[in-house]
Design a protein around this ligand. Structure first.
Ligand code: CP3
Length: 343
């Protein structure tokens, strides 16, 4: 059989691929009219995540339009609390909600049944691997323990995760227990995605940036290091991207201490520092999603700066965070063409 080049995997192996492969965080989503159409017939957002026919369809939509180098499984990081029976719901215009967990709730958490509950997700992964073009890398994902814990404790999203930070100071043992529990079940979840056909996985620590230095070490670095070690102990070839949004200077040690193959960079990471981080291994990022909303010169300049700074080393071109619903699909076409050096 002919060798298939999966460019994202080549970069994760430390190679420089030119032009760099590209995919976008949240590439399947509300900025696409075809996503909104599927979403409208799906019932709830979680129904969309748990119906393989529909989840496969929305995962493929941005691949059909833009031929991105990677597809990311359509799901959500909050399927783990949902599988833990935290009554997760997504209300229009309100973001995610769930029952807030307390110390007794943390003590009562059990891992039984998660894998069975999430079977539709694994079915989506295996169908995607069969349906995607061979050269497209399939990414699985999960949330990092800290980020998932922030939603479990508050019961909803907050601007600064004050409820989880406060809970962690007041109840250090229960909080540590929650992080350790989430690290274990999330590692199992990633192993099952890999076994179903995911070529690589990304761990999203979207709220790493609200932590002080010591808490970053205990709540972000250690649990993710533990997850990665657990996945690698079982699947030594696993390729893992870790995205700690807002981690800034602490990213330097983050890759080394967690063992991630590549680190994701948000748009506030200075390119001069990104060049330094790239000397230690592959990086992914880091265009400001608002440049995609803006389009025009702001988009072109943002792309060119990243390519100039990072294009001669192992780079997966991406945004610094998820694409937003206001982004014009035409601007995404312009972005992809420019990164690929097409007219
Ligand atoms: C923190 C977080 C969540 N979910 C996720 C994160 C980490 C990354 C990040 O920080 O963005 C990750 C996520 N969520 C979704 C994906 C799918 C794959 C992809 O990237 O295309 C992925 C990888 C779909 C989604 N997850 C969600 C949507 C929008 C819901 C809808 O269509 O009604 C999508 C497409 C809902 C969601 N899910 C979450 C929130 C806060 C929200 C509401 C905010 C919003 O509405 O944009 C939790």
């Amino acid at each position: 059989m002919a060798e298939t080049r999966r460019k994202v995997l080549e970069v994760l192996d430390g190679k420089t691929v030119s032009p760099p492969p590209i995919w976008l965080m949240r590439q399947a989503g509300r900025y696409l009219p075809e996503y909104r159409a599927t979403r409208a017939v799906a019932g709830s957002f979680l129904d969309l995540c748990y119906t393989p026919d529909l989840a496969v369809e929305v995962t493929l939509q941005p691949i059909r339009r833009y031929a991105f180098d990677a597809a990311i499984l359509f799901s959500d990081i909050l399927v783990i609390p949902d599988a833990l029976k935290r009554n997760v719901r997504f209300e229009e215009g309100h973001g995610p909600k769930m029952d807030p967990i307390d110390v007794d709730g943390i003590r009562a958490l059990k891992a039984d049944g998660i894998s069975n509950y999430l079977k539709p997700v694994f079915e989506t992964v295996s169908r995607l691997r069969a349906e995607l073009p061979r050269e497209t890398t399939l990414l699985g994902f999960c949330g990092a323990p800290w980020t998932v814990a922030t939603y479990m404790i508050a019961g909803h999203g907050t601007p600064d995760q004050a409820p989880a930070r406060l809970f962690a100071y007041r109840n250090p043992e229960a909080f540590q227990r929650l992080l350790t529990f989430l690290a274990e079940v999330s590692a199992d979840y990633l192993v099952e995605q890999i076994d179903a056909g995911a070529d690589a996985v990304q761990i999203f620590d979207s709220w790493a940036g609200v932590l002080g230095e010591e808490e970053f070490e205990r709540f972000a670095v250690k649990p993710v290091a533990r997850m990665i070690a657990s996945v690698r102990a079982r699947r030594p070839q696993a390729k893992i991207i870790a995205f700690a949004k807002g981690a800034g200077l602490l990213l330097k040690q983050y890759r080394q201490k967690t063992g991630a193959d590549a680190i994701g960079l948000d748009w506030t990471v200075p390119l001069s520092f990104a060049v330094d981080l790239q000397k230690d291994g592959p990086v992914q990022g880091n265009l400001d999603p608002m440049r995609v909303v803006s389009g025009g010169a702001a988009l072109d300049q943002g792309i060119d700066r990243i390519l100039d700074a990072l294009g001669n080393g192992p780079l997966i071109f991406n945004l610094g965070h998820g694409i937003t619903p206001q982004a014009d699909p035409e601007n995404v076409s312009a972005l992809v063409s420019r990164v690929r050096g097409e007219p």
